[in-house]
Every structure is written in structure tokens, then in C-alpha cells.
Write a protein that binds this ligand. Structure first.
Ligand SMILES: *[C@@H]1O[C@H](CO)[C@@H](O)[C@H](O)[C@H]1NC(C)=O
Length: 164
């Protein structure tokens, strides 16, 4: 037992020292009134972040924002919520694991909805969840995907339920 303890302690230390960990949020759909502030907050939270300890919530981000900093994210321990945005590409291409230790609305590990542009044009066209097509583990919870009608569907979800 003692060996086991020190082993898990070691792996925890390893995990912490190797990964850039950041806290998530639990704001759901409530947003700051200022769109600039909303974007700056998102960037500040997740720039250089690899593991989100909590929920990754991307809401009320307008068009033409540079979201490339989201590429660093590899894992989210809670849920992922993408809603009320107007950008057309979401570069979460390195996200591999959503643990779902917390679920959106008590049910969803991944919830993507109402990403329209104000001019009625397509909203989110490209999810950029490249890892989703390769190997994506959602360890708990369901998925709610609601993309804009008429949008060429770039998303092919290959989901593997893993008991890990
Ligand atoms: C977005 O930001 C990254 C660095 O954060 C930069 O390398 C890239 O050129 C930017 N892209 C655009 C379109 O501005």
C-alpha cells in the first residue's frame, strides 16, 4: 500500500510539473456585457493552458477574434460549452479528453449550440476539433451538438467511450 501511495504521489507530481494547468469557469451562459472584455478574459484564462481543471466555457465571442491560443488545450476535466458565439472556426484541435467530472445541465460533457452570426449567416462552420476525428475520449456524460443548418458539416465525431 505504501508503495502504491508514493507511486500515485509521484505520478501526481509528474502530472503537475509537466502540464500547464489552469482553472476553468462555471458561468454557463451568463456573460460580461463587454465583448472585448469577454475575449480578453478567455485569452487570459487559457493562453498556454494544457489542462483545464474545471469547465471550458467559450461563450459570447464575436467574429474575427484570434482564438489560436485554444490550441494548447489538451484536456478538460469538467465539461466543454461552446454557445452564443459568432466566430466560424474553433481551433480546439488538440483537445483529446473531456472527463466530464462536471456536466453542463447535469447531462452534457460537450455542448455546442446557438453559434450564429447576427447577419443570419452561418455561424460556427468549422469545429476544428481535429482530435475528435482521431481519438477523443469523453469519459462521462452526453453530447449536445447543434450546428447551423446549411453549414457544410466538417465534423465527424468518432467517439470512444473509455473506461479509463
Ligand atoms: C493569432 O495569434 C497567434 C499568436 O497568438 C499568431 O501566431 C497568429 O498569427 C495570429 N493569427 C492571426 C490571423 O492574426
Amino acid at each position: 500500500l505504501q508503495t502504491l501511495d508514493s507511486l500515485s504521489l509521484l505520478s501526481l507530481h509528474f502530472f503537475l510539473s509537466l502540464c500547464l494547468v489552469c482553472p476553468g469557469t462555471e458561468n454557463k451562459l451568463s456573460t460580461l456585457s463587454d465583448l472585448d472584455q469577454q475575449y480578453r478574459t478567455l485569452k487570459k484564462l487559457y493562453e498556454n493552458c494544457e489542462v483545464v481543471m474545471g469547465n471550458l466555457e467559450i461563450t459570447s465571442i464575436d467574429r474575427n477574434r484570434n482564438l489560436s491560443f485554444l490550441k494548447s488545450i489538451r484536456e478538460v476535466t469538467g465539461y466543454v460549452l461552446v454557445a452564443l458565439n459568432q466566430f466560424d472556426h474553433l481551433p480546439l484541435e488538440n483537445l483529446r479528453i473531456i472527463r466530464g467530472t462536471k456536466l453542463y445541465e447535469g447531462r452534457y460533457a460537450l455542448a455546442i449550440f446557438l453559434n450564429y452570426r447576427r447577419d443570419g449567416y452561418y455561424g460556427l462552420r468549422q469545429l476544428g476539433l481535429r482530435s475528435l476525428t482521431v481519438k477523443m475520449f469523453i469519459l462521462r456524460g452526453r453530447i449536445y451538438l447543434c450546428l447551423t443548418a446549411g453549414s457544410p458539416l466538417p465534423v465527424r465525431l468518432t467517439l470512444l467511450k473509455s473506461p479509463v
